[in-house]
Design a protein around this ligand. Structure first.
Ligand code: ZN
Length: 390
């Protein structure tokens, strides 16, 4: 795995006006592919996603973007970008068919010099945003835990949802790139809980099923620096592990394609060698000199080895994860209490609800404490299927 994998930290906060919107990951992936010579350059071109990504990113850095003639942008750069690019303002031209550029303007298609420059800056310093996930009303459906946990020989009573509290979460938005063989890229979003625990991982550019507003309306205090560092450390470990797992899947997919290619190469050279040997046999039986012919077959074998090594090198897997966005969340959560009834038995079951999605977590088995997808009666008690079998 590449040491570049992982998370670049950002201690200071940007003005944070930009929102990481869904679609940015895809635009970024397309742009990265175009910027890489082996990439799928055809994908990128003049995509509206790319333009939107550039705009959002520039605004998030604190630059001011205004529309200019012919679809160009006039950008007053943020102080940091002024220093980085040693200029006050820049005109961005997106139209790939423009025959001439205004003086000092940058042609900004992905893969162009300026496109690459923007991409480099964007990847160097991830967008930092703060968002509040909006609670659903009602916070959970009427059936409560019945939506996630089936019961047999028991019945769920009515669900009681406690007050909504906001907990801090952090999501990383990244692009995982696989070089070698068929270069490919996929957007990643990884969500961590308050203890740095991995909550979700999706190969998408944003968390699905969540509506949000910018800023942390429900969390007043800042995260202490030490805690933040610990959080990032854990996130980095999780991301490395995810990358290793994904790398194994890629490896398997690539191994098949590589072996197919090696097989084709083998078939080709075996046939050539057979022809050579056949020719050699015929000439030797005619009493002709054969040393040169022997030499031909040796060079064929060498050529075969060289080509096979090339194929192996081309399919060799290199992967990396680049974090381009980081979001601190205020996430609405609530306690859920629901009675489980079977005749005279009344058992109170507690769980937590992700109120942003209206989704309860699996309740703990009253016998073993493990998350249960099903609860049954077993020897006068309530238990999960595993406990009931034991
Ligand atoms: Zn159990």
């Amino acid at each position: 795995m590449s040491p570049a994998a992982g998370t670049r930290r950002r201690r200071t906060r940007s003005p944070g006006r930009g929102t990481i919107a869904s679609g940015d990951g895809a635009a970024l992936a397309a742009a990265l592919a175009a910027a890489h010579p082996d990439g799928h350059a055809a994908v990128a071109g003049q995509t509206p996603e790319w333009r939107a990504f550039v705009g959002r990113w520039l605004e998030a850095t604190g630059s001011t973007v205004s529309a200019a003639a012919r679809g160009d942008w006039e950008v007053e750069l943020s102080p940091a970008l002024k220093r980085r690019w040693r200029r006050q303002r820049v005109r961005l031209v997106f139209d790939p068919l423009r025959p001439t550029l205004p003086r000092g303007a940058w042609f900004t298609a992905p893969g162009s010099g300026a496109g690459r420059r923007i991409l480099e800056a964007a990847l160097e310093e991830p967008l930092y945003t703060r968002r509040t996930a909006l609670p659903r009303v009602p916070g959970v459906s009427e059936e409560g835990l019945a939506a996630v946990c089936r019961v047999r020989g028991l019945a769920w009573g009515p669900a009681r949802l406690g007050p909504v509290r906001y907990e801090r979460r952090v999501s990383f938005h990244a692009v995982a790139t696989r070089w070698g063989g068929l270069p490919s890229q996929e957007p990643w979003v990884v969500l961590f809980g308050p203890q740095g625990d991995l909550l979700e991982w999706k190969s998408e550019s944003d968390l699905p099923g969540v509506r949000s507003r910018e800023e942390l309306y429900q969390i007043a205090d800042d995260l202490p620096a030490a805690e933040r560092a610990r959080w990032f450390e854990q996130a980095r470990r999780h991301i490395d592990r995810l990358l290793a797992e994904r790398g194994q899947e890629w490896e398997q997919a690539v191994a098949r394609l590589r072996d197919d290619e090696l097989e084709r190469l083998g078939a080709f050279f075996s046939a050539r060698l057979e022809e050579e040997e056949e020719r050699l046999r015929r000439r030797t039986s005619n009493g002709e000199e054969s040393e040169i012919e022997q030499g031909d077959s040796t060079s064929l074998k060498l050529e075969w080895e060289r080509r096979a090594a090339e194929v192996r090198a081309r399919w060799e897997l290199k992967t990396e994860v680049r974090v381009w966005g980081l979001t601190e969340w205020a996430w609405p959560m609530a306690e859920l209490e629901q009675e489980l009834r079977a005749g005279a038995v009344h058992l109170r079951i507690r769980s937590r609800v992700d109120v942003a999605r209206g989704l309860p977590a699996l309740p703990a088995c009253p016998t073993c404490g493990a998350p249960a997808e099903m609860l049954v009666r077993a020897r006068g008690a309530v238990a999960c299927v595993k406990c009931a079998r034991a």
